[in-house]
Design a protein around this ligand. Structure first.
Ligand SMILES: C[S@@+](CC[C@H](N)C(=O)[O-])C[C@H]1O[C@@H](n2cnc3c(N)ncnc32)[C@H](O)[C@@H]1O
Length: 511
């Protein structure tokens, strides 16, 4: 039983129900007018796609392959009963050992490569010590596959689809695969990087829970050869006739809705005075995060201490920000520095109990693995600067699946800090924060952000996307440029950095 489940895992085995395979064939006929001459199912399992293609397409020559002999036998016996055509061949074969080049060179005409490749990642295979991996990928060192996929861990299906893309690099054809949505996106990214890309993508979401009992965002991913356009159309479902949005590369960004991006792209730009930041990084929550407890502080090791308040600030985590819980706090955080790299020895003088606490937990802090802590003052933290200590903030969680911006005030007379999955802007006054909040949450800003966000990503709201919006341009769009300039000028009075003067000059030139 245990072996059976390991086999299912290492072969990424999720057999497609025949109804779903038939629906896929209908989509290819209805929406893509595929004119195949040869159909290849490289990991055909029990043959759902072989049979659906044989039923749906006339005069098809179909070649099916799978590593599992039992499945090949099942497929062949079904074939004998239901179909006597010589146009179908189903063979046992390991994808990674097959000489595809030789096989393909013997086939003429338009090729449709179809199926549902294994649903397993290289790190899953590593965990169970499986050899079901591409041999030439130098898997253990990950170098070869890194070069292909650009990442250490990778989906086997991603690797296989990239092979199919190579097969079609010099001939016409189409690829139609069920796969994770994330795999489809990574493949498209790869296709775009190639200067000779010739694929147009189409994505139809499928309900992986219903068909495969798998909790993952999955899709039918269709790639058709089409010189010079690597856009990708997104459909609502397998029943849709037309796409509802198109993903594409615009102005150097991959945008999730090219039409909406086109509408608001003039809001693009950088604001030197309002720069989105990430929250504090300390990599040691057990020691650095504290819970107020009976007038003292309790840490993650369940120890209680009486500490000076100088270095301790309310902390709002991603879950607080994502759920709009910004008027109270459960946790506090020890912030040992005002800026990155600042000396920490002065804590000993200013707050001796805090110093003692840190010294007593030195082991935890010095074990932090990240290289950023190397050669830095003891007890250092990151993601801090003057922006951390401004009283008013606009914060958004990177993890949440909604564009929910929060206006955050000081709590209990102290500035509020965030964890490093929260993105925020900070301000000296409530009035300025309110004005920028109005700009950030306006319809043009929201639509601009939405046009670039991929909601299926683990952390969809990135600082990189937030930083693409020019608040100056939004203020212009909303007829509030005067107010924007007022705030920029106020900042220029209080500070004299060259950057601020630059920012001040830019809007004035354009009034
Ligand atoms: C997700 S299942 C899908 C099967 C079939 N394509 C379908 O749609 O029902 C993946 C299939 O890949 C096969 N497979 C896994 N590793 C393979 C390999 N190295 N070479 C060939 N087939 C493989 C498995 O045996 C399994 O049948």
């Amino acid at each position: 039983m245990a072996n059976k489940s390991i086999d299912k895992q290492q072969f990424g085995d999720f057999q497609t129900p025949i109804e779903l395979a038939k629906q896929v064939i209908e989509v290819l006929k209805r929406n893509h007018k595929i004119k195949h001459e040869i159909i290849i199912e490289p990991t055909c399992g029990k043959g759902a796609f072989v049979f659906a293609a044989n039923d749906g397409f006339e005069n098809s020559r179909i070649l099916g392959f799978d590593i599992n002999k039992k499945y090949i036998d099942i497929a062949n016996s079904s074939l004998n009963i239901t179909d006597s055509s010589n146009n179908i061949s189903i063979q046992e074969s390991n994808f990674f050992d097959t000489n595809w080049e030789e096989l393909l060179s013997g086939l003429n005409g338009y090729i449709l490569i179809i199926g549902n490749p294994p649903w397993v990642t290289s790190s899953d295979l590593g965990t169970i010590n499986s050899k079901n991996i591409p041999q030439k990928s130098n898997f253990q060192n990950r170098k070869g596959i890194d070069a292909i996929t650009g990442s250490g861990n990778f989906d086997i299906s991603e690797w296989m689809i990239l092979q199919h893309i190579n097969w079609l690099s010099k001939r016409d054809g189409a690829i139609a695969f069920l796969c994770k949505y994330a795999v489809a996106r990574k493949v498209l990214k790869h296709v775009r990087k190639s200067s000779e890309h010739r694929f147009f993508g189409h994505i139809y979401p499928i309900n992986a829970k219903e068909y495969f009992n798998a909790s993952v965002e999955a899709c039918l991913f269709v790639l058709t050869t089409n010189v010079g356009n690597a856009d990708c159309e997104i459909y609502e479902s397998l029943d849709s006739i037309k796409p509802y949005r198109t993903i594409g590369e615009r102005d150097g960004f991959i945008v999730s809705n090219v039409k909406v991006y086109g509408k608001w792209k003039y809001l693009r730009g950088q604001d030197p005075c309002y720069i989105w930041r990430s929250g504090i990084k300390h990599d040691c929550s057990k020691v650095m995060e504290l819970e107020p407890y009976e007038g003292k502080f309790k840490n993650g090791l369940n120890e209680t201490f009486s500490l000076e308040s100088d270095y301790i600030f309310p902390l709002l985590k991603s879950s607080d920000i994502g759920n709009g819980r910004v008027n109270s706090y459960r946790k506090m955080v020890l912030i040992t520095q005002k800026k990155v790299g600042e000396e920490t020895l002065s804590i000993k003088k200013i707050a001796p109990k805090t110093w003692k606490y840190l010294s007593n937990h030195r082991d935890y802090l010095s074990k932090r693995k990240s290289l950023i802590y190397k050669n830095k003052p003891e007890f250092s933290v990151f993601g801090i600067g003057s922006y951390t200590f401004k009283p008013w903030k606009i914060a958004i969680s990177g993890f949440y699946k909604k564009l929910r911006f929060n206006l955050v005030s000081p709590l209990n007379g102290k500035i509020v800090a965030f964890d490093d999955t929260v993105n925020f802007l900070s301000f000296d006054t409530e009035e300025e924060a309110q004005f920028i909040f109005y700009l950030v949450t306006s319809q043009p800003s929201i639509e601009f952000f939405e046009s670039m966000i991929f909601w299926d990503e683990k952390r969809p709201i990135t600082i990189d996307i937030l930083r693409r919006l020019s608040l100056k341009e939004v203020s212009k769009e909303l007829g509030k440029l005067d107010q924007y300039i007022k705030w920029i000028e106020a900042q220029a009075y209080t500070k004299s950095s060259g950057q601020l003067e630059l920012a001040l000059a830019a809007p004035k030139n354009q009034t």
